[in-house]
Ligand binder design. Structure first.
Ligand SMILES: *[C@@H]1O[C@H](CO)[C@@H](O)[C@H](O)[C@H]1NC(C)=O
Length: 268
């Protein structure tokens, strides 16, 4: 699977409980064969350590995620300070040299790969359901055309669905795109992490998800603050394959040191 997807939970602990429940080998999903070898004995809950930031090496990649002078950046600087206070070794101003290529989803091959994998995976999932009014991506598109009153879905969602529908499986173009993504990751995040001996990269917001998604790397986003309109934003911790234990220690350590999240109040 390639995509910045995952459970949305109230707390790091909740996310870790979900992770413990969903990891494992699934013979219907080839990607889980490789991923399941990383599951630690005893599961992930053992890494919920309140002082998990201590001695972790955290890399800050500013360009293009940290916008100078913004509201979010001010809060982010404060969090960097806090993480240092909790014993983290912060390595600032790092650069991923091929970042522009990574973030251009049409040039990198991300879009081609995502659309083709989406169609193949969705078709295989829908086909296997015991009862369902739709059995394929083509059925979903027809269903939306027939019943959707939401212009937004027609405009945005359907454009992606249509683009996926015209793909022709995992052909040579998709394989070439996939191997380009792997190369971008090797020369990008992998190189940065190894050269600086990092445990995680830290960025504000969610946009680092692309860097993680194209390489199949794990990441976790934790509440980091609210802007002047009350809109919440997060801080993202990402790392290399199989480093979920470290990411959980870091994310939990950050959450316990900051306790940012407030329950929503639904006020208008
Ligand atoms: C992304 O790549 C495409 C194709 O190579 C190119 O035409 C486009 O200008 C690039 N976009 C950006 C924002 O660099």
């Amino acid at each position: 699977m390639r995509g910045p997807d995952g459970p949305i939970c109230r707390t790091v602990a909740d996310a870790v409980y979900v992770l413990d429940a969903i990891v494992g080998f699934d013979h219907n999903d080839a990607a889980t064969r490789e991923a399941s070898k990383y599951i630690p004995h005893g599961g992930y809950k053992q890494f919920l350590k309140p002082y998990g930031l201590n001695k972790k090496r955290l890399g800050i990649v500013r360009n293009p995620f940290v916008v100078k002078g913004s509201e979010i950046t001010k809060v982010f600087e404060h969090h960097i300070h806090k993480m240092r206070n909790r014993g983290a070794v912060v390595v600032d101003n790092l650069k991923i040299t091929n970042m522009d290529d990574i973030l251009n989803s049409s040039a990198s091959g991300e879009l081609v790969t995502l659309l083709a994998e989406f169609k193949v995976s969705l078709n295989s999932y829908l086909k296997g359901l015991v009862v369902s009014p739709v059995r394929s991506l083509a059925d979903v598109i027809a269903f939306n055309n027939k019943f959707s009153k939401l212009e937004k879905i027609k405009e945005y969602g359907q454009t992606l669905f249509d683009a996926a529908q015209v793909t022709k499986g995992i052909d040579s173009d998709v394989k070439e795109a996939s191997s380009n993504l792997a190369k971008l990751s090797r020369n990008g995040l992998e190189k940065l992490m190894r050269e600086n001996k990092l445990d995680a990269v830290v960025t504000p917001g969610y946009k680092f998800a692309t860097v993680l998604a194209i390489g199949g790397y794990p990441g976790i986003n934790v509440p980091a603050g609210y802007d002047s309109n009350g809109v919440p934003f997060g801080i993202c911790f990402g790392g290399l394959k199989g480093t979920e234990p470290k990411l959980i220690e870091i994310a939990y350590g950050f959450e316990q040191a900051t306790k940012i999240r407030k329950p929503p109040s639904f006020k208008h």
